[in-house]
Design a protein around this ligand. Structure first.
Ligand code: NAP
Length: 234
């Protein structure tokens, strides 16, 4: 169940509601918007009445716009300019939710509204480039880069602790610190599901003997939502 398993919906929900505390009708920018976490965030924005912009590759346009969000392709030559324009038109974003970490941090932060918050969740973009570089020196440099980026975000989060302008959300850490949140938030998510206000997206179901193909598909990118491994014949 994508609400609870690795916490994709829970992660997205807590990023928006607990970390960013997006106000009613607020404006949200979501990177990695066709992936499991990002697409869950867009689905929740729609359910909660938030106005969203989603960033993913051009092949993922439909997955983003189907959630009622405006779309920017990160592989478009003018992606940065499009995001600057959308941010300017909205007076900045109340929250930026970022499981991808593909754009330079300074550019991402420049799109926040004065009291807006940036919530980093993961590193899909540098991880993908490091994986795509094989096992050689380029891959080691890629991995070192996202390790440094992680430390930088943690450091900035500590510096902005008062305003919580920059945070790194880690579901395991939060679960240990606030078990009560998990109970309440999962109840909210199941209620939204029951009312048909959210709809987790499953791209493809694999059998156990197809697990290699599932991994290859994840590494190649372009997965629209979640992949499911069916263990019933195992
Ligand atoms: N912090 C937590 O507690 C927590 C919890 C769950 C997951 N995570 C982490 O969150 C990250 C995302 O997980 P996921 O399962 O959602 O990943 P995923 O399904 O592999 O999706 C990755 C997404 O990132 C997009 N992307 C790739 N490069 C990008 C770029 N340069 N700019 C903007 N978007 C880009 C991809 O778009 P295309 O496919 O269209 O290229 C896709 O939408 C992972 O690092 C995961 O470990 C963290």
């Amino acid at each position: 169940m994508p609400l609870a398993d690795n916490g994709y919906y829970l992660t997205a929900y807590q990023a928006l509601v607990r970390e960013a505390e997006v106000p009613a009708g607020g404006k949200v920018l979501v990177y990695g918007a066709s992936g499991a976490v990002g697409n869950a965030a867009l689905d929740l924005c729609l359910a909660l009445g938030l106005r969203a912009v989603g960033v993913a590759s051009s092949r993922s346009r439909e997955t983003v716009t189907a959630r009622g969000a405006d779309f920017v392709a990160y592989d478009a030559p003018d992606a940065g300019a499009q995001l600057d324009r959308l941010s300017h038109e909205r007076g900045g974003f109340d929250a930026v939710v970022d499981p991808a970490r593909g754009e330079p941090l300074s550019r991402v932060l420049s799109r926040l509204a004065p009291r807006g918050r940036f919530v980093a969740l993961g590193f899909s973009a540098p991880f993908r480039s490091a994986g795509g570089a094989g096992n050689g020196i380029a891959s080691i440099i890629g991995k070192a880069k996202f390790g440094l980026e992680f430390l930088r975000i943690k450091w900035l989060a500590a510096r902005t602790r008062q305003t919580r302008r920059i945070t790194f959300y880690d579901i395991s850490e939060r679960r240990a610190a606030h078990p009560d949140w998990f109970h309440d938030d999962l109840s909210t998510l199941f209620a939204l599901l029951q009312e048909g206000r959210i709809s987790p997206r499953i791209d493809r179901v694999f059998r156990l003997n197809e697990v290699r193909q599932a991994h290859e598909m994840l590494e190649a990118g372009g997965v629209q939502g979640r992949l499911v491994l069916d263990l019933r014949d195992a």
